[in-house]
Ligand binder design. Structure first.
Ligand code: PLP
Length: 370
């Protein structure tokens, strides 16, 4: 978290801990802090304050949007590269009898709006396509997809967890009805997020109870978390354009240096519009897990798309969706930069990674045969 975020949250734990729903001044002060946070989050994406519903994070925002629209049945359209919060929600609904169309992506990881148009059925109720992908950073043609949704008169949800605060987001210009956000992706606290719900959207609440958040999401508000999210949103908006250009330059430098120092590496999604802070590199003849562990020992926290499930390593569904074989997908390495990343840190990665790759490739029975 940014120090300013911690500073904004601390008094909400220690002094202003009234319940925002209480009538007394103590509660009303906490409510006014939440109202301020709502203004900052709304401003970050050019929404109205009444269109922001605070929730427990991106996962809840995605579940709320999808389940809330599909509550009465119908058909859903989504893509093959969604985050698990969307993918598993759609799979769960599929099991309960709601048909889902999974739109494939190009080799660069981009959805074709014409594919979405062709998938529309009379009973379609929702299109849910992410704004930017969390593994490879590719940015989807949201405005074009929104036009398809408007023509067909169906709701359009976009998972904006990765794009919010990283690229300019204007929900009115994008044309979305629902847009998910998560605080911890923009240097705010974990466990808090928001769903933009366009005025007039008919969305069934997931949580029933005291009718908080204009009856959209019951439960006493996470006041410190929301205040922290608000401050993070304010800071993100202030520094967005200049900071992200700096981050893009660092990311480009990282990729070009690694390409010049290590043979047989590729940048996934390189030819598509991409977030400035994400770099997904595929290293032939090296395991992503081995790369991540070796980098960790050097103090570098990176990730690989592969997930360990039932004792075997599952390749990333995003990388297989862009046409990589499971072997190729296993060699992927993801770096996430932020406005706090320094050029010294990038230089350090450029310095340590080549020897790590050499060492892992020596262990590969296939590498020497090249
Ligand atoms: N959607 C995307 C694209 C994400 O990257 C993430 C988290 O990484 C989520 C949803 C889930 O957000 P949260 O961790 O706040 O539940």
């Amino acid at each position: 978290m940014r120090p300013e975020v911690v500073a904004a949250m601390t008094p909400v734990f220690t002094e202003h801990f009234g319940n925002p729903s209480s009538i007394h001044w103590f509660g009303q002060h906490a409510k006014s802090l939440i109202d301020d946070a709502r203004k900052h989050v709304a401003k970050l994406i050019n929404a109205e304050t009444s269109e922001i519903v605070f929730v427990s994070g991106g996962t809840e925002a995605d579940n709320f949007a999808i389940r809330g629209i599909a509550a009465k049945g119908g058909h859903i359209i989504t893509s093959t590269i969604e985050h698990h919060a969307v993918m598993h929600t759609c799979k769960d609904l599929e099991k309960s009898g709601i048909p889902v169309t999974w739109i494939p992506v190009s080799r660069d990881g981009v959805v074709d709006p014409d594919d979405v148009r062709r998938a529309i059925r009379p009973e379609t109720v929702l299109i849910t396509i992410m704004h930017a992908n969390n593994e490879i950073g590719t940015i989807q043609p949201i405005e074009e997809i929104a036009r398809v949704a408007v023509e067909a008169d169906v709701y359009f949800h976009s998972d904006g967890v990765q794009s919010t605060g990283k690229i300019p987001v204007d929900v009115k210009k994008l044309g979305v009805d629902l847009y998910s956000m998560s605080s911890h992706k923009i240097h705010g606290p974990k466990g808090v997020g928001a769903l933009f719900v366009k005025k007039g959207t008919n969305l069934k609440p997931m949580l029933t109870g005291g009718g908080h958040e204009r009856n959209r999401r019951s439960g006493t508000e996470n006041a410190p978390g929301i205040v922290g999210f608000g401050e993070a949103a304010r800071l993100a908006r202030e520094g967005l354009v200049s900071e992200m250009e700096r981050v893009r330059q660092l990311r480009d430098h990282l990729e070009s240096e690694l390409k010049s120092r290590i043979e047989l590496i590729h940048v996934n999604g390189e030819n598509a519009p991409r977030l400035p802070n994400t770099s997904n590199i595929m290293v032939d003849y090296a395991e992503g897990e081995g790369l991540v562990i070796s980098l960790d020992l050097k103090g570098v926290a990176a990730s690989t798309g592969s997930a360990c499930s039932s004792g075997s390593l599952e390749p990333s569904h995003v990388l297989t969706a862009i046409g990589k074989t499971p072997d190729e997908a296993h060699g992927s390495l993801r770096f996430s930069l932020s406005s706090m990343t320094t050029s010294d840190e990038i230089d350090y990665v450029v310095e340590v990674l080549p020897s790590i790759v050499d060492r892992l490739r020596e262990l590969s029975p296939y590498y020497k045969k090249v």
